[in-house]
Design a protein around this ligand. Structure first.
Ligand code: 26W
Length: 829
């Protein structure tokens, strides 16, 4: 008992800090291996060793975690709660080892087991609780908040099944479930003492109190339990550990008595499954909303449990006086997915804590902030009113009231303009009235932000124009960023060491210093060392491609990479048309000036998105034809990497020469893969879209391969767009289309790719692939020529890394913190 002390708050705590040296780490590792997990031999896999190591590391996180919590409680600091349906965390072990600065000790401790850290790391399953950019951004943000010592908690859902696993069978995507929790998740800690009850169904009753005030009560509800699981989020070598709290749904212990009495005990127990379904699976749709009721349940479940959690904490510490609540709390809504939180906060404050509407509304509006992540109309969430009426009747009433008061404001601003009221209404009228979640988010928030400069401009001038006219002060830009810890220090140790030799070991903590390597672009020896590191990284990537795709890449060829979700607007199709063009040149013997390249494409298609799946099939068929053709071998290799995810990007981005960011201008809100590639010294070929524009500004136009129409030109060209004329006038393009349409890539699958050629040829092709073909092909030739000058390419590569500091999520989070959250680091009083 000598290590335990009873602190003044009755907390039992270890008084000794766990040591970080190899000896102590080794002892703890053995203890967890032998005692916690009950093992005495290694066996065939490193599974138990991974778990023992995770627990050893976790112990050290947990200590810092409780100190962070204590400090925040003592400071009574303002906190922010980041609400997101997705957190794409990837692996935790290596990141924690890096942030705790115990890599050497861990490596030494593993020697007694005769295996390397690299082997053990591979045992960890990615936490794939997200689709793509939006989910990974949330994960990078948590890393930056902890590193900057900001009191920010992530709130999300503990999906039993994460993002599906993708296999490629006969060139096609085949999905299988990702039961990532099957072997347990050593990082999480269940907190049953903080369980919440989330109500569904039922109806509203009104009662009058003795002072004549009317109160609403939501009654006869079917409640679901929300059980929190906490995951530690360490900052970079600063002893701060923040929290990601993930909710799991469970049935209450109450039975449906009617059913029970009717003798169907088993039916009553079976009905419990419904409650547990809520957090069963992550919806794998990125950018299209399909209106499934279960998804709405997930959204409300997250919003309600998280808000109750924050409010209960408040009441426990501060009592039922909410006058200071808004000054001390903020909520960031990651897209519209958790927007029901606006109405839920109103409900809790009014129905549970008896605040008046105006006071509750004042609190809601000053605590909520909304980030928009897409302009695509099909991604804008709308929920049918009838779903709400049944599932969340009390919330529907509140939304109607918010809307009525808001429309009165609109009427005041634009007197007599009934049309405007209809356009701005949170409720879209019609045969099936719907709730426009983005409008609810804007009306209920004090801040609305886009995720790159162009994107925010387009929100203000287009999608949300009237709202911008009404409240210009609400709108602001926060260009995305990525964490340089995971996306450079961890994934690219070679470059990290090389830069460290120039800038000193501390440079990771002072990532802004990376610009100091810019002058070294002129240093021949440094360039040679830079190339050497790139070559090693390409070797690693080549090995991955060999095992995953059985395609041979060659480190002496250029690695040309596009990895991201498969979507028409991202134009993987344009990329593959260029591949077909190169193949056509090769078969015609026109290889003058051509640069040998290995083209790698990867990404998941939403399971219901037929066109995206067909594009995957086309990529694989083209790869097959090209890779089998002896004439092409020395010029071109093509591979599609299956099951693209966070841990594969950690191998891909350091080994990439050319980063493909080729979306139709105006469609990609920001992009974040573009930033990861840039940090690791890849050059970008891209359109003027999303954050590409800012990347080009940062690195200088001479170090960026720009092509294609800009957003305005896209809008203008749309009116009289004639792809068939473009194809007919361009011999190269005509030959590419001929190869596609003569079934050259679908020999025994006749007409398979007709929908693709039809979409390219359609004057209504929203993505205008044909419009940018010529400009893209010409630009790719400039890329090829530049690559052949290795010294020039290295200079440009160094300058890309050197100018990437702006795209650190630390910068992004500092912007959020200054403009929206108004947070102070936890270390400051
Ligand atoms: C409701 C279905 C659904 C699911 C996900 C609709 C929309 C989404 C997201 C908005 C998709 C997404 O991940 N958007 C991406 O967000 C990134 C982070 O801000 C940006 O970098 C990407 O450009 C944007 O596409």
């Amino acid at each position: 008992m000598s290590d335990l002390k009873l602190s003044d708050k009755n907390n039992l705590q270890l008084s000794k800090t766990l040591e970080m040296g190899a000896e102590h780490v080794g002892e703890d590792l053995a203890r967890h291996f032998n005692l916690t997990l009950g093992r005495d031999e290694l066996g065939d896999s490193h599974y138990y060793l991974f778990n023992a190591l995770a627990l050893t590391v976790r112990d050290r996180l947990v200590q810092r975690w409780s100190l962070t919590r204590q400090r925040c409680a003592e400071n009574r600091c303002r906190r922010v709660h980041y609400l997101s349906l997705e957190f794409l965390m990837g692996r935790t072990l290596t990141n924690s080892i890096l942030n705790l600065d115990i890599e050497d000790a861990v490596r030494e401790a593993l020697i007694q087991y005769g295996c390397t850290l690299e082997e053990v790391v591979e045992e960890e399953h990615d936490a794939g609780l997200g689709n793509g950019g939006l989910g990974r951004l949330a994960a990078c943000f948590l890393d930056s908040c902890a590193t900057l010592e900001l009191p920010v908690t992530g709130y999300g859902i503990r999906y039993e099944y994460g993002m599906f696993h993708q296999k490629i069978v006969d060139g096609r995507q085949v999905e299988s479930p990702d039961h990532w929790l099957r072997n347990g998740h050593p990082w999480e800690i269940e907190c049953p003492e903080n369980i919440k009850r989330v109500p569904f169904f039922g109806h509203t009753e009104y009662t009058e109190d003795k002072d004549g005030r009317v109160h609403a009560r939501w009654v006869d509800t079917h409640d679901v339990l929300a059980v929190p699981y906490d995951v530690p989020v360490p900052g970079y070598q600063n002893d701060t550990v923040n929290t990601l709290r993930l909710w799991k749904s469970e049935a209450t212990d109450e039975f449906d008595l009617d059913e029970f009495n009717a003798g169907s005990y088993t039916d009553a127990v079976a009905a419990k499954n419904l409650a547990e379904q809520i957090t069963m699976v992550l919806y794998p749709n990125d950018a299209s909303e399909n209106g499934k009721e279960l998804r709405l349940r997930q959204q409300y479940f997250l919003a309600s449990a998280s808000l109750q959690d924050v409010i209960h904490h408040w009441v426990r510490v501060e009592g039922r006086d909410f006058s200071d609540f808004a000054a001390r709390n903020g909520f960031q809504l990651n897209d519209t997915h958790p927007t029901i939180a606006v109405a839920e906060l109103m409900r809790l404050l009014m129905d549970e804590y008896l605040l008046e509407w105006d006071e509750a509304w004042q609190i809601t509006r000053s605590t909520m902030a909304y980030t928009n992540h897409t302009l695509l109309p099909e991604a804008l969430e709308k929920w049918p009113v009838f779903l709400f009426r049944n599932l969340l009747p009390r919330l529907l009433e509140i939304i109607y009231e918010i809307n009525a008061r808001f429309l009165a404001e609109v009427a005041e601003h634009w007197p007599g303009d009934v049309n405007r009221q209809m356009q701005l209404s949170i409720i879209e009228e019609g045969a099936y009235p719907q709730i426009r979640m983005a409008y609810l988010a804007i009306v209920g928030s004090h801040s609305v932000n886009g995720v790159a400069a162009l994107h925010t401009e387009l929100l203000k001038q287009g999608l949300f124009r009237d709202f911008y006219n009404l409240w210009p002060e609400k709108f602001n830009n926060k260009t995305n960023g990525v964490t340089p810890r995971r996306w450079l220090a961890h994934c690219n140790p070679g470059l990290t060491t090389l830069i460290g030799k120039q800038l000193g070991e501390d440079w990771v903590a002072e990532f802004g210093d990376i610009h100091k390597i810019a002058p070294l672009a002129q240093d021949k020896a440094f360039r040679a060392a830079w190339r050497e590191v790139k070559k090693e990284n390409k070797q690693r990537l080549l090995e991955l491609v060999k095992t995953e795709c059985n395609v041979d890449f060659d480190v002496d060829m250029m690695f040309d990479v596009q990895v991201k979700r498969i979507h028409e607007y991202k134009r993987q199709l344009l990329n593959i048309l260029h591949v077909i063009h190169l193949y056509d040149r090769i078969t015609r013997g026109d290889t003058e000036g051509m640069q040998p390249r290995c083209v790698l494409i990867g990404g998941k298609a939403a399971p219901g998105y037929a066109m995206a799946k067909l594009i995957i099939k086309l990529i694989n068929n083209v790869a097959n034809v090209v890779n089998r053709d002896a004439r092409a071998r020395s010029w071109l290799r093509v591979a599609f990497i299956p099951n693209y995810r966070v841990s594969t990007m950690e191998v891909i981005c350091p080994g990439t020469d050319l980063s493909e960011q080729v979306s139709t201008a105006g469609k990609e809100a920001s992009g974040t893969g573009n930033m990861k590639f840039m940090m690791n010294g890849a050059l970008t070929i891209g359109t003027l879209d999303g954050a590409n524009i800012e990347i080009r500004e940062a690195v200088g136009e001479e170090n960026f391969f720009l092509f294609g129409l800009d957003e305005q030109q896209v809008a203008e060209t749309r009116n009289d767009y004639d792809p068939n004329a473009i194809i007919a006038a361009d011999k190269d393009f005509a030959r590419v289309m001929h190869l596609l349409e003569s079934q050259h890539f679908s020999l025994f699958e006749d007409s398979l790719f007709d929908p693709i050629s039809q979409s390219i040829r359609s004057p209504h092709d929203a993505w205008m692939t044909a419009a940018d073909f010529r400009s893209y092909v010409d630009c790719q030739q400039r890329v090829a020529t530049t690559y052949q000058d290795a010294e020039q390419w290295s200079k440009m590569s160094i300058l890309n890394s050197a100018n990437s500091a702006r795209f650190s999520s630390d910068r992004t989070i500092q912007d959020y913190s200054r403009d929206i959250w108004r947070l102070k680091p936890n270390s400051e009083k």
